[in-house]
Design a protein around this ligand. Structure first.
Ligand code: B12
Length: 250
């Protein structure tokens, strides 16, 4: 692994600070520079620069140095870089998991949706059909949608210790409705741990969307395919070759 140049480090710091300060324009510019000029993997930029910046924003809020309005503008800067720079790099790969329906939502009492939206975009780009129920979703609504769509995956996002128990409520309700064993359940969100997942009887710990995606695919017996455009190219080449083996020597 090559060492980072001073310019690359400067761009990382710029992106981090842009999110902390809520500077949308700079967040876009710096994230673009990292993925385009420095060829950084978008997952790496997300996990190692953008998410830590928002975590720091949370700490500032906890310490009373930031108010809700500050968290809002930081979230907007994060969202802009995410939507304009990072997400477009995840290639659409519709064929791979087509028609596997996922029902995602943020649980009742919780309005945080950046992680859930990100997960919905990443799963969609991997070919899943994601039904996004939005935020503050009551357990009955999850169950209703699972029933209606024969979903195979349920993603429950919770960002607060106070709303995490509502993930369990959804699982209990799925059990009561006889649907629990038909679905893979992801408990998503920054505060979620493997212990919590076991405690509430979910299947997958979704505190990292990419890890959760790999695990869902493994449970469904699907090949883990592309996650970035560049990797997508490689996988496409591989699958074209494989498909073409029967008919043509290439
Ligand atoms: C931005 C933010 C806000 C924004 C949210 C904007 C939005 N549109 O979401 C606003 C300002 C609105 C907000 C409001 C509040 N917030 Co707030 N917020 C945050 C902050 C700073 C960042 C959260 C975030 O979006 N992170 C980025 C995303 C991408 O990360 P993520 O959600 O974890 O997602 C990743 C994984 O978890 C995973 N994932 C998440 N969901 C799912 C789902 C699936 C299916 C999958 C596969 C994966 C997955 O994928 C992502 C990538 O890997 C956190 C700090 C922190 N440490 O988390 C506080 C934080 C969560 N907020 C907090 C609080 C207290 C509040 C408020 C109650 C404040 C208030 N007094 O009103 C309200 C909540 C009101 C409510 N009823 O929900 C506290 C919660 C404390 C607790 N009890 O646990 C935190 C921890 C701040 C703190 N340290 O005190 N907040």
């Amino acid at each position: 692994m090559s060492a980072k140049s001073a310019e690359e480090e400067k761009r990382e710091k710029e992106l981090y600070d842009a999110i902390v300060d809520g500077d949308e324009e700079l967040a876009v510019e710096a994230s673009k520079a990292l993925v385009e000029e420095f060829k950084r993997d978008p997952r790496d930029v997300l996990n190692n620069v953008m998410l830590p910046a928002l975590r720091y924003v949370g700490e500032l809020y906890e310490k009373g140095e930031y108010f809700i309005a500050d968290m809002v503008i930081s979230a907007e800067a994060f969202k802009k870089a995410m939507n304009e720079v990072i997400l477009p790099l995840f290639r659409k790969n519709k064929e791979s998991s087509a028609r596997i329906v996922c029902v995602f939502g943020t649980v009742q009492g919780d309005i945080h949706d950046l992680g859930k939206n990100l997960a919905a975009s990443i799963f969609t780009s991997e070919g899943f059909e994601v039904i996004d129920l939005g935020t503050d979703v009551p357990p009955e609504k999850f169950v209703e949608k699972v029933k209606e769509t024969s979903a195979k995956v349920v993603g429950l996002s919770a960002l607060m210790t106070t709303t995490m128990p509502n993930q369990k409520k959804v699982i209990d309700y799925l059990k009561e409705s006889g649907l629990r064993n038909n679905v893979i359940i992801i408990a998503g969100g920054a505060p979620i741990t493997e212990e919590w997942v076991n405690e509430i009887g979910a299947d997958i710990c979704g505190n990292d969307v990419f890890k959760a995606l790999r695990e869902v695919k493994a449970l469904l017996g699907l090949e883990v395919l592309s996650q970035t455009a560049e990797e997508g190219e490689k996988v496409m080449v591989k699958s074209v070759k494989r498909g073409g083996d029967k008919d043509a020597a290439s």
